[in-house]
Ligand binder design. Structure first.
Ligand SMILES: C[S@@+](CC[C@H](N)C(=O)[O-])C[C@H]1O[C@@H](n2cnc3c(N)ncnc32)[C@H](O)[C@@H]1O
Length: 461
């Protein structure tokens, strides 16, 4: 029986015996087994019998033959491998051929690898990039690779950006990732979010969770058009992007809204806000991470079913909308989440660990909260989950559309700092009733402070 040990033993006898073994066991399964278990090969290995296997009809044999040639590091095989890379009908074999050329780490491989940068398949190009990066610093190669920043494929762009354009801007008096500016901690500022954000240094916030104003659905949100509304939100989330720390999160709570019909002769119009704003967020640079569905009890939402319940006529069906979206985005970075976590000390990570009983799915069943003054407040539980799952203790959590300030209060309760902005004096005053004077705690020693934009300008100088 063919075993790994047997293949090793035959290999030790020299090339001739291996070749004979392949000729003897010429069924596809045995050949694949031998090639898969051939292991390390000496530089004087006679690979002529391997080259013959490149013509096999069996893809697995071709794939393993190409891999074996890569191990031999025989520069004479580069043209053969290039031919396979360009012509084989299997992407896996083509990719392996490029990888084998790269693995030779030979200057003679450079022209072939450069040729493969023009392939149609991004996976092949990525493999060629890998092979060429061995020679990073060589002017000609750097130039060729840098040019790929314009490639249409986003993965290729990301690799090139990381290798050549990762200008870790050193901001003036840049804070450590885990820290935030004292003058932003536990502040509530009255004014238009766009004016206030422009005053704030880049990379200030660890997390943003917000529920933007609706489009023409409530009294505080009148925009000239849906286009203007989306433009407004895009502007706010672009500024938020700049003010967010590297690799940190933005979570936007929205749902489609309905603008009622103006008369019986017209129909009402539904605007799919989460789906429309997504396009602009990604364009800004926010990387889409997750969609969480917030589900409310049916009894708590507007009943749209009354008519249908009576007539049951198809096409006129109107489901009760029990869901809202929490769209999760991350600020673009080449760094993994692990990097973000490593920016905190052991104690903070330990204290921020999420306790048992956390929500394991992306369907969050939470009762809505009704408020006598503000018509669209967050339930505390919603804020609690977002803060616990997406921030560490001591982080600065931001809500550009604070309303009654639910996010800020919950952040404080969970030993995070907050920064809130609200445009309407009515809600700004209302928040004061929630944030008591002298509300500093042992951990959160910063008292909550209410400021007009002019007062804020003074402390930010
Ligand atoms: C949906 S509510 C947020 C409610 C909040 N999540 C809470 O728990 O109370 C949106 C808020 O954004 C405010 N707003 C609208 N346009 C704004 C702007 N340009 N700048 C700052 N706040 C604004 C509105 O006054 C409203 O209170």
């Amino acid at each position: 029986m063919l075993t790994k040990e047997y293949v090793s033993k035959i290999k030790a006898n020299g090339n001739g015996d291996l070749k004979k073994l392949i000729e003897m066991r010429n069924d596809d399964k045995s050949i694949v087994f031998i090639l898969e278990n051939i292991g390390y090969l000496p530089d004087d290995f006679d690979d002529s019998w391997v080259i013959k296997l490149l013509n096999s009809k069996n893809k697995k044999i071709r794939l393993n033959a190409v891999k074996t040639l890569g191990k031999v590091k025989n520069e004479n095989n580069i043209p053969i491998l290039l031919h396979i890379a360009k012509t084989d009908n299997s992407t896996d074999v083509r990719r392996e051929a490029v990888s084998s050329i790269g693995r030779m780490r030979s200057k003679k491989a450079i022209p072939s690898l450069i040729e493969m940068l023009s392939d149609d398949d991004p996976k092949i190009i990525s493999q060629a990039i890998r092979g060429l990066l061995v020679f990073k610093g060589d002017k000609k190669i750097d130039e060729k690779l840098k040019y790929l920043i314009n490639h249409e494929n986003e993965t290729i762009q990301a690799v090139i950006r990381k290798e050549y354009f990762n200008n870790n801007r050193i901001l003036k008096d840049k804070l450590k990732h885990s820290e935030s500016y004292d003058y932003l901690k536990n502040k509530i500022v009255l004014g238009d979010v766009r004016d206030i954000l422009k005053l704030i240094p880049d990379e200030s916030f660890h997390l943003t969770f917000t529920s933007p104003p609706y489009y023409n659905a409530r009294d505080y949100s009148i925009y000239p058009s849906y286009k203007a509304y989306l433009k407004f939100l895009t502007e706010v989330f672009k500024l938020t992007y700049d003010k967010t720390k590297e690799g940190r999160f933005l979570i936007v709570n929205t749902s489609p809204v309905i603008v009622p019909r103006i008369s019986r002769q017209h129909s009402s119009k539904r605007y799919p806000i989460p789906f429309d704003i997504h396009y602009f967020l990604v364009k800004i640079g926010w990387e889409f991470i997750d969609d969480i569905i917030w589900v409310k009890p049916e009894a708590s939402v507007k009943n749209r079913n009354a008519g249908f319940l009576q007539h049951r006529k198809p096409l006129a069906y109107k489901p009760n909308a029990r869901t809202e979206y929490l769209m999760v985005y991350r600020k673009q970075t080449d760094k993994l989440i692990d990097w973000n976590i490593r920016q905190y000390d052991w104690e903070t990570v330990k204290e921020s660990k999420v306790k048992d009983g956390y929500e394991t799915s992306n369907v969050w069943e939470i009762d809505p909260r009704f408020d006598k003054v503000h018509s669209a407040v967050f339930p505390v539980e919603l804020c609690k989950r977002v803060i616990e799952y997406y921030s560490f203790k001591g982080d600065l959590v931001f809500d550009p559309f604070a309303g009654s300030g639910t996010l800020g209060r919950t952040a404080k309760y969970l030993n995070r700092f907050f920064f809130l902005i609200e445009k309407e004096p009515k809600y700004f005053e209302y928040m004061k009733s929630f944030f008591k004077k002298n509300d500093s705690t042992l951990f959160n020693e910063k008292e909550s402070e209410f400021l007009t934009i002019d007062e804020f300008k003074v402390i930010i100088k």
